[in-house]
Design a protein around this ligand. Sequence first.
Ligand SMILES: [Ca+2]
Ligand SMILES: [Ca+2]
Length: 355
Amino acid sequence: MASVSNFLLLFVAAFSAHIFINSPISPQPLHFPPPSSHPKPHLYSSFQRVEKIGEGLLKDPEDVAVDESSGIIYTATRDGWIKRMHKNGSWEDWVRPTQDHTLLGITISLSGKLLVCDAVKQGLLRVGDDGVDVLASHVHGSQISFADDVIEASDGSIYFSSASTKFGLHNWYLDILEAKPHGKLLKIDPSTKLTTVLLDNLSFANGVALSKDQDYLLVCESWKFRCLKYWLKGEKTGTREVFVENLPGSPDNINLAPDGGYWIALFQCSPENLQFVHNWRILKHLIATFPKLMNLVMGMNSKATVVKVGADGTMEKMYEDPTGKVMSFVTSAFEFEDHLYLGSLNSNFIGKLQI
Ligand SMILES: [Ca+2]
Ligand SMILES: [Ca+2]
């Protein structure tokens, strides 16, 4: 009997040593906001009446942008295409900047072209009828990693996020397991074309948006369940403060609404009953060493949530598909002509929802 327990002890010790030696992360606990931490906004469960546009044509359209002058709707899909829907409802495979699945945030630029984040190879791209230019591939001599979302100001300044400088799109789950801030907010200066870092130590820098008056910029930190405000004008220029926190999910893309508020898409990084995993370093090491275990603790495809936040940072409305039956893993919400256009990393269409 003693030899069996000795063997078991030896096995556990060897297994633990294997995990610690081979683990690619140096984790810290991830703190989920307590459910009671935010006053509940009015809930609309109306994703049930979403109209599916482009169904079957769009593989996991992460972000949506609308050219408000022409009414053309753009998205980037996992097969590397930028696809667009014309006013008459017809879809066009427009430009294919990559054969890969790596295109994330997009926005319409002042020139009418599209700015596109390539999370893996190329950095920040400008895409037009005449092809693709790389606007930024390096910052301070290092390759830009995990370009995630982008916005352009009326003075031509381009602001974009780098979600993580340590982990990439293919192993992004290690970034949440490690739960340390490896993200940055970057800027391309319109006169020098130089790329610089405005903010670092961001906890998975995701969606970016400009305020209506362009006096500040918002950048979402997915693993902190909050969005920061970065002042561009006035006496606070260059400083940061919290804009909204304790969001009921991890913020992805954020878009300015016509009334000066913001639409923020939230994803569930972990189901509620498994959030404890993110407090245990040993469990994080175990999952990082055996990545197939990650599938057990991910909650993205379980529901969809979008919140409307006022210009003062208060949550006003929440739209949900609580079971993910119609849409899940919604990553973007763009308001145009009294409808929300919803992107998702788990659908083959864009959701269109009357609001
Ligand atoms: Ca975006
Ligand atoms: Ca994103």
